[in-house]
Design a protein around this ligand. Structure first.
Ligand code: GAR
Length: 225
């Protein structure tokens, strides 16, 4: 099996990138993380990647004020140096140009901390709490030009509990991100995904595994009168 060479793009902590690295340690995994690239030199995840022996690069977005195409060209020069075939956005907090997204069409995935199309953008957990939703979660999707749009590969749902804060809800969702992202990236790397009418179609993947509900709901508890 030829493992596809993936660049994981981060801007901070890098826990999703770490989950991808851990998955890719299995020889059966169809991708290897060949590069961890950050737009910030102080991204904590860079150190984790380095300790695992994964090549890292910093393309500091602040050096390209207003020149997004220049920033992306610098990233793509790094991708070229490392033979990158796929991109996994993992907490990468820069909006990409349509040109870049088009060049990587079908070859770039993102993890987002909400059940898209609900709550695209920032502050997803606070917005979920404010909206009073009972289910929240995360989505892995192919990247298209619209922010947090693009064909959905997989989603995981978690309950929103009465005492939740932004932090407790984020932590519950993050556990699912770490399960979901390696699975969905593997489908793309293994060539199991095609797009029809703007939706992702998975071949050879158990249909239910693309829509994880976790935890499964327990029987309702009725209060006794
Ligand atoms: C994750 O929750 C990821 O879903 C989110 O940023 C966090 C990064 O954490 N991404 C976005 O909001 C992108 N729209 P990590 O650096 O520990 O993986």
């Amino acid at each position: 099996m030829k493992r596809r060479r993936v660049a994981a793009l981060i801007s901070g902590r890098g826990s999703n990138m770490a989950a991808l690295l851990a998955a890719a340690e299995s020889p059966d995994y169809p991708a290897e993380i060949a590069l961890v690239l950050s737009n910030r030199a102080d991204a904590a995840g860079l150190a984790h990647a380095a300790t695992r022996g994964v090549p890292t690069a910093v393309v500091d977005s602040r050096g390209f004020r207003g020149d997004r195409a220049g920033f992306e060209a610098a990233m793509e020069a790094e991708f070229g140096r490392h033979g990158i075939e796929l991109i996994a956005l993992a907490g990468f907090m820069r909006v990409l140009t349509e040109g870049f997204v088009t060049r990587w069409d079908g070859r770039m995935v993102n993890v987002h901390p909400s059940l898209l199309p609900c709550f695209p953008g920032l502050d997803t957990h606070a917005r979920a709490l404010a909206a009073g939703v009972r289910l929240h979660g995360c989505t892995v999707h192919l990247v298209t030009a619209g922010v947090d749009e693009g064909p959905i590969l997989a989603q995981a749902a978690v309950p929103v509990l009465p005492d939740d804060t932004e932090a407790t809800l984020a932590a519950r969702v993050l556990i699912e991100e770490h399960r979901l992202y390696p699975a969905a990236l593997a489908w793309v790397a293994a060539g199991l995904v095609r797009v029809e009418d703007g939706r992702a179609v998975l071949s050879g993947v158990d249909a239910a595994s693309g829509c994880l509900a976790n935890p499964l709901p327990s029987a309702p508890v009725l209060s006794k009168r």
